[in-house]
Design a protein around this ligand. Sequence first.
Ligand code: UDX
Length: 440
Amino acid sequence: MKKIGIIGTGYVGLVSGAGISDFGHKVICADIDKEKIKEIKKGNILIFEPGLKEIIDRNVKSQRLSFSSNIENTIKQSDILFIAVGTPESASGKADLTYVENAALKIAHNLNSYKIICTKSTVPVGTGKKIKEIINKNKPSAVLFDYVSNPEFLREGSAVKDFLWPDRVLIGCENNKTYESMLDVYRPLFRNKKPIIKTDIATAEMVKYASNAFLALKISYINEIANLSEALGCDIKKVADLMGQDGRISPKFLHPGPGYGGSCFPKDTKALSNLAKQENIPLETVNAAIKANIYQKKRMFSKLKALLKNRVKGKTIAILGLSFKPNTSDIRESSAIEIIKSILKEGGIVKAFDPISNNEMKLIFPDIKYFSDWEKTVDNADCMVIMTEWNEFRSLDLKELKNRLKKPIIFDTRNIFDQNKLLELGFSFDTVGRKKIINY
Ligand code: UDX
C-alpha cells in the first residue's frame, strides 16, 4: 500500500483519487479551496459523474480515502504526489501553468523525505522539465525526488470506467525504480490486462496532446464530410458507418454533430497549436480542425434559420440538451451556448431543458426559460432542436412531440431520430449530414 497525495480536487483529481484508493492505497485528496473540501466531506462532490459518488463513499467508508485543505500536511504524509490542478487556457491560447507551478513550489517547500512527484494535469511538452527545475531550486538540498508524467485520458461521463479500465497507462519517467513504484500504484490493472507503459517524460506529455488533437481532428473531418454529404445528397450515417468498418479508421469518434466542446479538445488543440508556433513548426491539420469546429458551431444556427425559412424573430425554439455531451453537467464550450446566443440575438425566444445542467446554463443565460422535462419544453414551440444526445431524448414519443409543438419542425444536430419515422409523422426536419425535409 502506498501513501498517495492528490493536489487539486477538480475533475481529474477527484476521479484519480477515488480510483487509486479503490486500488487499495491510502489517498488524501487536497485542495486549497476550503469550502470545496468542506462540501466534499459532507458528501457533496459538486460534479455530476456517473459512479463517482459511489466509489468515493465506498473508499471513505473503508478509510482509504480522505479529503483535506491542508496541502502542506498532505505533501509531508505522502510517498507519491499527483499534481492534478487546472491548466486553463490563457488569453493567448497557451496553457496557463500558474496552478501547476504553485503546486510544484509548495511541494518543494514541504519536501520532508524522498517522494515521487507525478503530473496528471494536461501540460505542454517541456513542463516536466520546468517543474523539476522549480522543485530542485526550492527544496531542501538533502532530500531527493523523482518526477513522472502520468497523463490522464478520462472522458467526462465515463471517467470512473475509463480510470478503472484504461486503454493504457503512460508512465513518463527517468529510471526503473520510479517506474516500479508507479507500477505498484496501478498494479490492480494487470488483472484487467491493461498495459502500463514506461516512456520518457516529454513523450508522455506529447502523447496526451497529440491524442486529444487527433480525436478533435477526426470529429472536425467527419463534420466537414457531413456538410459536404448534405450538399451532395449522401447520408453521413451510412458514409461514416462504412468508413468505420475499415479497421485503420474505426467507427469511434466518427459521429458528426454541432462541433466538439468540453474542457479538453478546444483548449488542448489551441495549446498544441501554440506550442508548434513557438517551435516554428507548421501544424496545419490541427489549425484546420480548430477552424472547422468554429465554423461547425456557427453553421448550426444558419441551418436552424434556414429550417425556419429565415424567420427567427418572435419564434419560440425549444432546445433539448445543454451540456457539451451526455452524462455530464459540464457546459464548457458547449455548442448549445453558441446557438442560444444567435437565436436571442435575432429576436427568437428560447425554452431550454437539460436533464442535469439547467443550473449551469442559467449562469450564462439567466433570462431564458428552463424546464424540468422535455414535454413542457416543447409545448407550443415553433421548433425543437436536439443539441445533446441524452438517452432519454432518443426514445421520446414522436407522436406526442408532434402534438405538443406548435409546428412539427425538428433540428436534430446529433442525428438521433429515425428519419423514416419523422417523415411518416409529417415532420419537417434537418440533421447534420443527412437529407433535409421541409413540408411546409
Ligand atoms: C476528451 C477525451 O476523449 C479524453 O480522452 C480526454 O482525457 C479529455 O478530453 P471529453 O472532453 O470528456 O474527453 O469528451 P469526449 O467524449 O471526447 O467528447 C468531446 C466532444 O466531442 C463532445 O462535445 C462530443 O459531443 C464531441 N464528439 C465526440 C463528437 O461530436 N463526435 C464524436 O464522434 C465524438
